[in-house]
Ligand binder design. Structure first.
Ligand code: SAM
Length: 295
């Protein structure tokens, strides 16, 4: 292995050598704890047959470890000031491809085909916290051929991703993530493991991407519209939230009728419903609208 960057002294030295200054707007908090780095790589289950996408390699600290563990690593970094640093810190590896791009603008489907071919693909990252959710939802919703996504995120976001119905952390993110993946929290990470230190605690969470959703639903988009409606107005009853949601196309009476046929009271709130119940409600509302049109 090259100079171990999972050490505050070595990381500070390379940062100083290149006169690099941290960009808050890119969510730059670099990991400087080798135990945490090992934990993320272990939790990611990356093996010698795997291709890995790393989002935001920073100065290449975790990238070095991923290059040791995987067959090939493609690292996507938005900040061009980091590219010369990465060229130095990763110069000892011939299985790494660095791309200077915004991950939100990268065609990940094409990248996977070109860089990894038939290899199983995993994602590993210490994510920039300002766009954690958009990145994760983009990875999941595109149904990319990815086995798992192991990421460092703000602790509060990890709690929301794995929350169950009826708890304070439960919301649209819990339902969306759990529809596409199984969640596993691998570690809690305190602020002193980063440079500079973030204000909040962090967690390493692994999302094992499901081959097939855990429930059947006729129209996914419709179900997620209902879920968004339910949690946009969390304090209202579900019937009111859906009826008030712009473009929902359902009246309060329709929703109350559908809830009744599912054995749910008209006062029910979205925060108590699981994925299966949202799917059943969605199917019922679609069926009711179709029969209204036919009649
Ligand atoms: N992986 C490094 C580590 O653990 O030390 C750095 C992690 S730091 C929390 C997040 C990294 O993501 C930074 O290097 C930042 O420049 C990069 N980044 C931020 N927004 C990005 C984007 N939209 N696309 C790609 N990289 C991004």
């Amino acid at each position: 292995m090259m100079t171990d960057l999972g050490n505050a002294g070595n990381a500070a030295e390379i940062i100083k050598k290149y006169g690099f200054s941290f960009q808050k707007r890119y969510g730059q908090n670099f990991l400087i704890d080798r135990h945490v780095l090992d934990k993320i790589v272990d939790a990611s289950l990356v093996g010698k047959e795997d291709g890995v996408i790393e989002i935001g390699p920073g100065i290449g600290t975790m990238t070095q470890r991923l290059c040791e563990a995987a067959k090939k690593v493609t690292a996507i970094e938005i900040d061009r000031e980091l590219i010369p640093i990465l060229s130095e810190t990763l110069s000892g590896y011939d299985n790494v491809h660095i791309i200077n791009e915004d991950v939100m603008k990268t065609d990940l489907g094409a990248l996977i085909k070109n860089d990894f071919g038939e290899m199983p693909v995993r994602v590993a990252a210490n994510l920039p916290y300002y766009i954690t959710t958009p990145i994760l939802m983009a990875l999941l919703e595109q149904r990319l051929p990815i086995e798992s996504i192991t990421v460092m995120v703000q602790k509060e976001v990890a709690m929301r991703m794995q929350a169950k119905p009826g708890t304070k952390d439960y919301g649209a993110l819990s339902l969306a993530v759990q529809y596409y993946a199984e969640t596993y929290i691998a570690a809690n990470v305190p602020p002193n493991c980063f440079m500079p230190r973030p204000k909040v605690g962090s967690c390493v969470i692994r999302l094992t991407v499901r081959k097939k959703p855990p429930i059947d639903v006729k129209d996914e988009d419709h179900m997620f519209m209902l879920i968004r409606a339910a949690f946009n107005q969390r304090r209202k009853t579900l019937a009111n939230s859906i009826a008030n949601h712009p473009g929902s196309g359902h009246t309060k009476e329709e929703v109350i009728g559908a809830l009744a046929s599912l054995g749910l009271p008209e006062t029910v709130r979205g925060e108590t419903l699981g994925l299966e119940q949202f799917a059943a409600l969605s199917d019922m509302l679609i069926k009711d609208s179709a029969s209204l049109i036919i009649n």
